[in-house]
Design a protein around this ligand. Sequence first.
Ligand code: FAD
Length: 376
Amino acid sequence: MSSSRNVLVVGAGIAGLSVARALARRGMSVEIIERRSRPASGMGLFLPANAVRALAELGLQDRVAHLGTPVRSQQLRDSRGATLAEIYLSALWKDTGECVGITHDNLRAALAGAARVPVRTGTTVQSLTEYDSGVHVDFTGGGSGDYDLVVGADGIRSQLRRTVSPGAEPRYAGQICRRFLTDNHHAIDRWTVWLGRGTTFLAVPVSKDRLYCCADLSAPSPQGGEASDVAAWSAERFANRFAGFHPVVAHLLETPEAQDSYVSPIEEVSPRRWATAHTVLVGDAAHATSPNMAQGVAMAVEDALVLAECLDRPGETRDLLEEYRRRRLPRTRWVQAQARKRDRTRGMPPGVRNLLLRLGAERMYESAYAPLRDRP
Ligand SMILES: Cc1cc2nc3c(=O)[nH]c(=O)nc-3n(C[C@H](O)[C@H](O)[C@H](O)COP(=O)(O)OP(=O)(O)OC[C@H]3O[C@@H](n4cnc5c(N)ncnc54)[C@H](O)[C@@H]3O)c2cc1C
């Protein structure tokens, strides 16, 4: 039965730590392995209210409120700073709760503290063999173990996905992005985006005095050459595409943190299968998406809650994992579809897009997020 399950979680990101916390709370025995010796850092996150609600269900409400900062509205501006629309988040999310800005480091630390599950770092799966009642795993660097279930929480480039759904590779979504954290010298107190021609600059407060920035630009597909070579996008070349933006954006792109920031292509993935008899995918490994809906954390934590609920019932593991996928697939596909739609809107000629947003942003936000107000 459920509480005697012995589970290996692969990946100690937001999805992996959330799953560990959710399963351990239901009495399952959980171990985590993490490929990196030290966590990657330097990112910020905007957490819409359904993410904060899911984290609260893991018992993290107070930690998230303490470590993050409330975000009360989303303001859309044109590249020179004129306001196109402002979305008030208490009206959008109704009684779902508050939205929050937080650093990735702080959220991960809160989850790791809460999970109280051992994390073995600097190792990964060397080989994995499923048999009738479980899985045998050999680890890189030595050692092995037998588990009832292995959870692949190993992100968009998931190694476990190759076993579960061979051939399901990430697709380039057409943008390159540069992310960094800096001091909030301009006292930006809401989620604020400046929209240019194929260029977007987002700033979100993530604590009392820190600001998370994410600049993205459309670039040809990797097959076309340019975008595949992320290293070719120097800070200077990147900033040139934002010439003519509001001075606040220009200044943020000149900060030392922007010069030395993390550059990556935006990708998404939709594997046909999420599980075998004893291995299952969660978070970005199962459904990474273009980040413009800011639903990555929400979907990962909701996956964790639903997976724990399904596994806590009697039944064959294979059937319980199918139930998990059946419950999660429509919602994650919805988010992916909305994100693609947003990318198309952002990519329109600025005159048309800006008019569309002035007239219809509130309606667009309502239709994209309303289904996510329901519990997963
Ligand atoms: C530009 C950008 C901006 C974003 N902004 C937001 C936002 O504002 N709000 C939001 O909610 N979401 C946002 N997201 C998405 C969000 O960060 C993720 O969806 C969320 O963190 C869940 O990630 P994950 O834990 O599934 O994967 P990851 O964060 O990738 O974690 C996977 C972990 O597994 C480890 N790992 C990988 N392979 C192995 C292996 N073989 N063995 C062991 N360990 C392994 C990795 O080192 C890592 O620690 C953004 C994403 C991008 C790209």
